[in-house]
Write a protein that binds this ligand. Sequence first.
Ligand code: CDM
Ligand code: ATP
Length: 284
Amino acid sequence: MDSSTELTLPAPAKLNLFLHIVGRRNDGYHELETLFQFLSISDELHFTLTNDGTISLTSGLTEVTTDDNLVYRAALLLLPHRQDTSLGVQITLDKKIPMGGGLGGGSSDAATTLLALNRLWQLNLTPQQLADIGLQLGADVPVFLFGRAALAQGIGENLYPAQPKESWYLVINPGVHVSTADIFQHPDLPRDSSRIKRQARHWLMYRNDCQQLVSTLYPPVAKALQWLLEYAPTRMTGTGACVFGCFENQAAAQKALAELPAEFSGFVAQGLNTSPAWQALHTG
Ligand SMILES: C[C@](O)(CO)[C@H](O)COP(=O)(O)OP(=O)(O)OC[C@H]1O[C@@H](n2ccc(N)nc2=O)[C@H](O)[C@@H]1O
Ligand SMILES: Nc1ncnc2c1ncn2[C@@H]1O[C@H](COP(=O)(O)OP(=O)(O)OP(=O)(O)O)[C@@H](O)[C@H]1O
């Protein structure tokens, strides 16, 4: 494979190890403090350079149209930055991360696309320029571009590298769809957490401010949390619906997974402080 015309890159999932809401901006977006860590489960994207000036995407996803797919939207945003307008790309997305569960798969796919096209189309955009473009697609895109586990402030654009333990997690999908916009608009969402002193304590000492509300609105989320708590310290990621338990090692997490009630699905993955996408681009 010629790396100047073809590129295969992962797009990892993330966890929000904690998530505090510390305020609300004038535009309605919430100011957060959250600790991001990547997971060893990834979507895979394959990029082939073309010379027809167009973007094509094959994803096999029935839930999302091509026009709405964050991969396609990310590629569109880079079109005006090409010097040579004959440059195009054929993209294949192999989706493995559960969608809409707070695992950030869509944002990660978008970030991997921005990184790949910056390389293939030789755009020479700086990390900050890519982050500004990425933020238009989702609040979680910058951390995937940054490629390091991080404490995020603002809506996710102010990132400070962090080194949480690379634990093993059992992630459970309770099987309900939680709308991020609905949770952030809900009158009962607490919005007044105080700012933490930068990572003064272990992340388990903090909380996810959306968890109580989502558990009340979606009983399967509460049930998954309650089941997992028998095995490990437990929390919800993002605005849900996925929840995770933190284990000492892979075997302990697998053992709990083997006992998972049939009504839920789940998987075991390791927390990673360096994004596999970043690693592939810089060492591959
Ligand atoms: C909750 C997190 O997953 C934490 O990592 C993210 O902040 C959510 O990021 P995301 O899924 O990329 O969300 P976006 O697509 O940017 O926003 C969806 C909707 O949620 C609300 N929203 C989102 C993020 C934020 N900090 N404040 C908000 O109020 C806005 O109404 C927005 O229209
Ligand atoms: N490539 C993509 N992969 C997944 N979802 C996509 C993609 N493109 C667009 N979407 C849309 O974005 C929505 C959110 O997807 P995603 O899987 O990133 O959610 P999430 O994990 O809850 O994100 P977050 O943690 O950032 O809130 C999906 O329900 C889908 O409609």
